[in-house]
Design a protein around this ligand. Structure first.
Ligand code: ZN
Length: 315
């Protein structure tokens, strides 16, 4: 199957929806019409429609045509940009295989004091989370866990405590990606300055050495006091958490931290001695990373891909 041709069909249908030419409930042109119009095979058209149907953008009503189906989810109008950004972070973390089953959680504060925040609902795989799926919680509301849309208990405990105790950390991403979790499992959990990526985090990671069980109750409260001014918390014997003012920055930190851990673990695996740069060079490079902040460019580029390939994340 020619990927380019099938993407042409997806783009064609998406453009019709985005421009308003096709609205919710409209029947799209038939497979043979699309095949002739775009000069592609019926098989290519079917593949494209399969993909759009999987994303809930289209719905095949057998014998009656294929409908635009964006109304399966009601577009939430509150915190639209925040919801859309956080949904994009879930989708891309899934593509990078950073998520684990239906555990792990991302949140984004929407009130000034950080007490109100968006969080993923319980039981959803990151790859299917849409903007309207995110639940709005208040960390001061004691009834949260008895409500029908109650979140995962450890998500509630960790993110509630983190937002309460770190109001500067608007976006908090917590996962157990492979290489960060390996580093968290070593006795020496420090990020050694062995390449440009690892130097980004030189002396800039808060490390927890006192794991005492799942992130609930007192453990969550304890974790929330360790971050300090850093944007990365390496949770010993557990995973990693990044915290920043925007989703783009927290995601950029998470991406580069996992890459850095991969480089470091890979270097350890060779069994050869590490070639560490000096304290001065590592410090200078870490500062250069701070001055060169391409997190918005990075995240915007990812969102452009999602806009084309899985636009339902914004719904
Ligand atoms: Zn965890």
């Amino acid at each position: 199957m020619n990927k380019k041709l099938y993407q042409t069909v997806i783009d064609y249908i998406n453009n019709k929806i985005t421009s308003g030419e096709l609205s919710i409930g409209d029947v799209i042109p038939s497979e043979s019409q699309l095949s002739k119009r775009l000069n592609v095979s019926i098989g290519t058209v079917r593949k494209a429609i399969d993909k759009l149907e999987n994303s809930n953008i289209l719905f095949r009503h057998h014998g009656k045509g294929t409908y635009v189906n964006l109304n399966l989810k009601t577009m939430k109008t509150d915190y639209k940009k925040e919801r859309s950004d956080l949904a994009a972070a879930f989708r891309w973390a899934a593509r990078l295989n950073m998520h684990e089953a239906v555990a792990n959680h991302f949140s984004l504060a929407v009130s000034d004091d950080g007490s109100q925040f968006l969080l993923n609902p319980i039981g959803m795989n990151f790859s299917q989370i849409c903007a309207s799926d995110l639940i709005l919680l208040d960390s001061n509301d004691p009834t949260t866990m008895s409500q029908p849309n109650a979140p995962d208990p450890s998500a509630w405990a960790i993110h509630g405590a983190m937002h309460r105790n770190n109001p500067q950390a608007r976006c908090i991403l917590h996962v157990h990606p492979k290489y960060a979790t390996i580093l968290a499992s070593l006795e020496d959990k420090t990020m050694k300055p062995i390449d440009q990526n690892t130097m980004r985090f030189y002396e800039k990671v808060s490390i927890d050495h006192d794991y005492s069980g799942m992130g609930l109750g007192k453990e969550a409260e304890r974790l929330s006091t360790i971050l300090g001014d850093n944007s990365v918390l390496l949770m010993g014997n557990h995973g990693v958490l990044t915290a920043a003012k925007t989703v783009a920055k927290a995601f950029d930190d998470l991406y580069y931290f996992e890459r850095s851990c991969e480089n470091l673990i890979g270097a350890y695996q060779t069994g050869k001695n590490l070639h560490l740069v000096s304290h001065e060079i590592a410090t200078k490079t870490a500062q250069q990373w701070q001055d060169y902040d391409a997190s918005d460019l990075h995240f915007d580029a990812l969102k452009r891909i999602l806009d084309k390939e899985e636009p339902d994340y914004k719904i």
